[in-house]
Design a protein around this ligand. Structure first.
Ligand code: NAP
Length: 527
């Protein structure tokens, strides 16, 4: 079973021990004591290892390998020897579960190991008594060109019990190589990608059967870029539930770091007991990056990448990609020219569709107590002519509503209206509107401009449906005014939850737990 491992940079004995106790309490299986700053007092190193609440790895990482130890190399090796030998018979297989008094593993960089017989001798003195030797290699800049030669050397070194490679990923594709290295099963293996593109390798280490993954005690306690916290990996990314059959999903966009979709979908998977995990998947802005990344992820069979949400700037790229792959695109989505959902069906074929317009239509229809066909002839005003307006105008016009688009840049309103058989007006005329449904698709009223409102309160009439696509805040100034006038209101939060539900149901085949989605949305917005 892949061990959840907390790295602890040790400055003082007491702090190292307290942190190991915190790691145990947080549900970790193993700690890595980084003694980069703790090499002076040899007795204290022994006390640290003996007093740890969890089995441990002892590592003293030099600056030249991305660590913080800046002293003499021989003294560094001597420090490793201060960790007491394990209380197991020589030659016994060491599992991290049989927590003896010594470290479960000692880490030594491949480069140091290769330097001299003297160093190797000292390292082997440190791993005496049944501890295991991890040979490791790190590159904080990029994938090293000789990555596989490094792995081969670790495979060939008889003393090496564990292979560890970590490098800074330049794209999501790097993760696939990490999975490949683990799947070769030469020896117990740790293969991790660092940085914003590397999260998948850290979370999915368990799916692929790596020896361990690292997760930090707190967001300021990590020892490598991109390390999640224990709380994130166990809570958000469902660590305890991950297994080799777990299906993988995510939100593809750039940037995606602040997306609330992982929180919503993972909580949903939990609620309906679905064996899936949902990750932020940053993909650089070009079509080439999108095609290469999504193509290779879909082709990597054992990854079980079954679909994704797609956001800015890739909503158009998704359609081009699915077309090129001979997949299917839902009819109105094709017309909108932007899709936000990809499904890989059981037969391997691809299906792209847009849940934004459906979410908007169904929210409004629900409030009016009608089916979508009942929208025929209804007067709908859409404020704004950007990406969200486009999906909404296509949806409402597609069901026969009389749509008028108002926009600050009137030419954009005209172009959009022309495409979908709607009409267009300048935003300056907005206070003369007369409609049954008013939809705001501009950011007016969005945090931090909560005081803004796209129309005067006078135009709001009792019985009118007023829908603000903004979800931060959930109740905008426009919606407050609409409520006060007796309008029926729809929030951007409802649209967000429904568009996520459309994706969730397509992937899982289960009904989306809307209450859980809403709870997570409120949590995310800190309400
Ligand atoms: P977008 O493509 O950038 O379009 C923004 C539109 O708003 C443009 O038509 C722009 O007019 C207009 N606009 C911007 N600032 C304005 C101002 N100060 N006064 C008047 N008009 C202004 O953005 P988008 O992707 O369509 O997103 C629009 C809104 O949808 C956002 O506020 C966001 O909160 C919301 N949204 C909701 C969801 C959901 O699920 N609920 C999802 C995504 C987005 P010009 O053409 O003149 O520049």
């Amino acid at each position: 079973m892949t061990k959840l491992t907390v790295p602890i940079m040790v400055y003082e004995l007491e702090q190292g021990l307290v942190d190991s106790a915190k790691a145990a309490a947080a549900g970790a299986d193993l700690v890595e004591f980084r003694i980069d700053h703790f090499t002076e007092d040899m007795l204290a190193i022994g006390d640290l290892v003996k007093g740890s609440k969890l089995p441990c790895i002892v590592t003293c990482r030099p600056v030249w390998e991305g660590g913080e130890y800046d002293g003499d190399e021989m003294e560094r090796m001597s420090a490793l020897q201060h960790a007491p030998g394990r209380s197991v018979e020589e030659g016994d297989e060491v599992g991290v579960d049989d927590h003896g008094v010594g470290p479960a593993y000692i880490d030594c960089e491949l480069l140091a190991w290769e330097k001299s017989a003297n160093i190797r001798q000292k390292v082997m003195n440190a791993v005496r008594g049944g501890s295991g030797l991890i040979l490791s290699s790190h590159d904080f800049k990029e994938r090293p060109r000789d990555l596989m030669q490094r792995v081969e050397k670790m495979v060939e070194a008889d003393e090496c019990r564990v292979i560890k490679v970590a490098w800074a990923a330049k794209s999501l594709r790097d993760n696939l190589e990490a999975f490949e290295i683990i799947e070769r099963k030469w020896k117990p293996t740790i293969a991790l990608c660092m940085g914003e593109y590397g999260l998948a390798s850290r979370v999915l280490a368990k799916k692929f059967g790596a020896l361990l993954t690292f997760a930090a005690l707190g967001s300021d306690k990590g020892t490598a870029p991109g390390q999640p916290t224990v709380e994130e990996i166990k809570g958000l990314y469902r660590w305890d539930r991950l297994g080799k059959d777990t299906k993988v999903y995510g939100v593809v966009g750039y940037p995606v770091g602040h997306s609330m979709s992982p929180q919503i979908h993972n909580a949903g998977f939990d609620e309906v007991d679905f064996d899936g995990v949902y990750l932020p998947l940053p993909v650089g802005p070009s079509y080439e990056s999108f095609k290469a990344t999504i193509g290779t992820w879909l082709d990597y069979e054992s990854l079980d990448f079954k679909g994704c949400s797609v956001t800015i700037p890739h909503k158009g790229n998704l359609l081009d990609f699915v077309r090129e792959e001979g997949g299917e695109i839902e009819a109105l989505t094709e017309k909108i020219g932007a899709a936000n959902t990809l499904v890989k069906r059981d037969d391997g074929s691809l299906y792209a569709f847009n849940t934004d317009y459906a979410a908007a239509l169904d929210s409004v229809c629900d409030r009016m107590g009608i089916e979508r066909d009942g929208l025929k002839g209804k007067k709908v005003v859409v404020l704004g002519a950007g990406g969200v307006s486009r999906a909404i105008v296509a949806g409402f016009a597609g069901y026969g509503a009389e749509v008028v688009v108002y926009n600050r840049t009137v030419e954009k309103a005209e172009a959009l209206a022309k495409e979908f058989g709607a009409s267009a007006k300048a935003m300056s005329e907005v206070n003369a509107i007369d409609c049954e449904v008013l939809i705001n698709c501009t950011p007016m009223g969005m945090h931090p401009n909560e005081d803004e409102m796209p129309v005067e309160a006078d135009v709001l009439k009792a019985g009118m449906v007023v829908f603000d696509t903004i979800y931060n805040p959930l109740e905008t100034k426009l919606l407050k005014a609409a409520k006060a006038k007796g309008c029926l209101v729809v929030s951007g939060g409802e649209m967000f939850v429904r568009q996520a539900a459309g994706q969730f149901e397509a992937w899982t085949g289960k009904k989306a737990p809307l209450d859980v989605f809403e709870r997570e949305l409120r949590k995310h917005l800190d309400l």
